[in-house]
Design a protein around this ligand. Structure first.
Ligand SMILES: *[C@@H]1O[C@H](CO)[C@@H](O)[C@H](O)[C@H]1NC(C)=O
Ligand SMILES: *[C@@H]1O[C@H](CO)[C@@H](O)[C@H](O)[C@H]1NC(C)=O
Length: 371
C-alpha cells in the first residue's frame, strides 16, 4: 500500500494532477471574470502618479504598511484601496495602473486603472500638482487602451469586453479642497457662490459621464464626495473644537444630491440604468459620527500625519504613525484606512437604495450575469 502511494505521488504525477486542477479551476474563472475600469482621483489611484513628475504621490513608507508586500504602491492607504476591494468582491484580479509597464498581454483583459491623485472634475483643479492625469487625459488613455486591446483580441471582442465591464468613477472632492477652498480668496470662490459652483461642477461632470458612455461604458458606479469637512486635514486647518467644518459640509450637502439627480436624469435619457450613484457621503458619515459602533477608536485623528489631528502634511517617513491601523477611520489627513474602505465596499455591495441608487453591486452582478 505504502509503496504504491509513494510511486503514485512521484513529482511528475503530482505536477500533472496540479496542472489539471489549475486548468479546471482557473480557466473558466478567468474567462468569466468581468473587466474593471477605474477613473478619478487619489481615493482610487492605484499608483499611476508613481510614473509622473508630481508631488501628489503615495510612494513612500509607511503608505502600504499593511499591503501584502508591506511596501508603498502609490495607493493612498495603509493597504488596499476601494478598487482592490471591489475586484476582490467580483472574484477578479486587481487592476493595474494604466501607466504600469506590467500592464501588457493577458493582463489587459483584467481592465485598467486610469485614476490620478490630485485631479478633479475641472481642469484647473490640482494645478499645483502640475503633471497629473486630468479627466480628458484619462479618457485619451482609455481610448489608447482600447486600441491595444483590439490589436490583441480583435475589435469585436474588445468592444464587448468594454461594454460588459464594471466601471468606477470617483471625482469631486478635489474641486472643493484643492480648488474652491484651497486658499481664502481662490479664483473659483471669487467667481462663484457655492450653489453656483456646484451647478457648474455638475454640468461639467455630466459631460464627463456622457464621454464615458460614448467610450463604451455601460455599468458605471459614480461616487459622490465624502464628508469633506470631517477629514483630519480640514479639522486641523479650520475646525475650532474638532467639529466638522460647516462650509465644506454644506458644499458637499449641495453637490451630492444634485449629482444623484443628474444621474437619474441621464439614465432616463439613455433608457437604461447605466449609472449607479454611490452615496459616499452617508456611508462615511455613519462611521464618522459613531466610530465606536464600528470598532474604531477615533474618526478625528489620522493614523499617519503631523500636527493637530495628525491632519497636516502628507503621510511620509517623518509622520506620526499609529500602531493599530484598524482602530482609525482615517489613514492620512484625507484618506480612509483599509478597514474603513472595507465597510464602504460592503455598502456598495449590499446597501439599500439610500446608499446605492437604483441598485447595489450584488444586484448588478446578479442581473448582468444573466444577460
Ligand atoms: C480641459 O482641457 C481639455 C484639453 O485642453 C479640453 O479639451 C477640455 O475642454 C477642458 N475642459 C474644460 C471643462 O475646460
Ligand atoms: C442589495 O443587496 C441586498 C443583499 O444582497 C439585497 O437583498 C437587496 O435587495 C439589494 N438592494 C437593492 C436596492 O438592490
Amino acid at each position: 500500500m505504502a509503496t504504491t502511494l509513494l510511486t503514485l505521488s512521484s513529482p511528475r504525477v503530482l505536477m500533472l494532477t496540479l496542472t489539471i486542477v489549475l486548468v479546471v479551476t482557473v480557466a473558466p474563472k478567468a474567462e468569466a471574470a468581468r473587466a474593471f475600469f477605474v477613473f478619478g482621483d487619489s481615493l482610487v489611484d492605484s499608483g499611476n502618479n508613481n510614473y509622473l513628475a508630481t508631488i501628489a504621490r503615495a510612494d513612500s513608507p509607511p503608505n502600504g504598511i499593511d499591503y501584502p508586500t508591506h511596501r508603498p504602491t502609490g495607493r493612498f492607504s495603509n493597504g488596499f484601496n476601494l478598487p482592490d476591494i471591489i475586484s476582490e468582491q467580483m472574484g477578479a484580479e486587481r487592476t493595474l495602473p494604466y501607466l504600469s509597464p506590467e500592464l501588457t498581454g493577458q493582463k489587459l483583459l483584467v481592465g485598467a486603472n486610469f485614476a490620478s491623485a490630485g485631479i478633479g472634475i475641472l481642469n484647473d483643479t490640482g494645478i499645483q500638482f502640475v503633471f497629473i492625469l486630468r479627466m480628458f487625459t484619462q479618457f485619451e488613455l482609455f481610448q489608447q487602451y482600447q486600441q491595444r486591446l483590439s490589436t490583441q483580441v480583435g475589435q469585436a471582442q474588445a468592444k464587448r469586453l468594454v461594454n460588459d465591464a464594471l466601471v468606477l468613477i470617483t471625482l469631486g472632492g478635489n474641486d472643493f479642497v484643492n480648488n474652491y477652498f484651497l486658499t481664502p480668496f481662490s479664483a473659483r470662490s471669487r467667481q462663484f457662490s457655492i450653489p453656483d459652483y456646484c451647478r457648474y461642477l455638475i454640468s461639467e461632470y455630466q459631460k464627463i459621464l456622457r464621454t464615458l458612455y460614448e467610450l463604451g461604458a455601460r455599468r458605471v458606479i459614480v461616487t459622490g464626495t465624502g464628508p469633506l469637512g470631517c477629514v483630519p486635514a480640514e479639522l486641523a486647518m479650520r475646525s475650532r473644537n474638532g467639529e466638522c467644518v460647516p462650509e465644506l459640509q454644506q458644499a458637499a450637502g449641495i453637490f451630492n444630491p444634485e449629482l444623484a439627480q443628474m444621474i437619474q436624469q441621464l439614465n432616463r435619457e439613455l433608457g437604461s440604468n447605466v449609472f449607479i450613484s454611490a452615496n459616499a457621503f452617508d456611508m462615511n458619515m455613519d462611521i464618522i459620527t459613531n466610530p465606536q459602533a464600528h470598532g474604531f477608536v477615533t474618526s478625528k485623528v489620522a493614523c499617519c500625519g503631523l500636527g493637530p489631528y495628525n491632519g497636516l502634511g502628507t503621510c511620509n517617513p517623518l509622520s506620526n504613525l499609529c500602531p493599530n491601523r484598524n482602530a482609525y477611520v482615517f489613514w492620512d489627513p484625507f484618506h480612509p484606512t483599509e478597514r474603513t474602505i472595507r465597510l464602504i465596499a460592503q455598502q456598495i455591495m449590499t446597501g439599500s437604495t439610500e446608499y446605492m441608487n437604483p441598485m447595489n453591486l450584488s444586484t448588478i452582478m446578479a442581473m448582468d450575469s444573466k444577460n
